[in-house]
Design a protein around this ligand. Structure first.
Ligand code: SF4
Length: 84
């Protein structure tokens, strides 16, 4: 039976660690849904996926993000954007 994101948050709390604001791929083994991080196809000011710390750009696997599921456009944006 697959572990849900809520189960993962509960498990994290039982271990005495603070639950993250969103599940990290390294701990949960999966990425979050686009809708949950307000993903959109356009930049937010000067913030865009191509300049994000989580972007796995052309030099890795083009169009992928280490935090958000599915294909991600270089010119898109989401609410967990972080500078490189
Ligand atoms: S802005 Fe969001 S979707 Fe884009 S690379 Fe960063 S974390 Fe991934």
């Amino acid at each position: 039976m697959p572990t849900t994101l809520i189960d993962e948050a509960r498990r994290t709390r039982r271990c005495g660690h603070r639950a993250p604001a969103f599940p990290l791929p390294g701990s949960a083994g999966r990425r979050v849904e686009k809708a949950s991080v307000r993903y959109r196809a356009t930049p937010h000011g000067d913030q865009l996926c191509g300049g994000c710390a989580f972007w796995l750009g052309p030099e890795a696997m083009s169009g992928l993000c280490s935090m958000v599921e599915g294909r991600v456009a270089a010119g898109a944006w989401c609410a967990i954007w972080a500078p490189r």
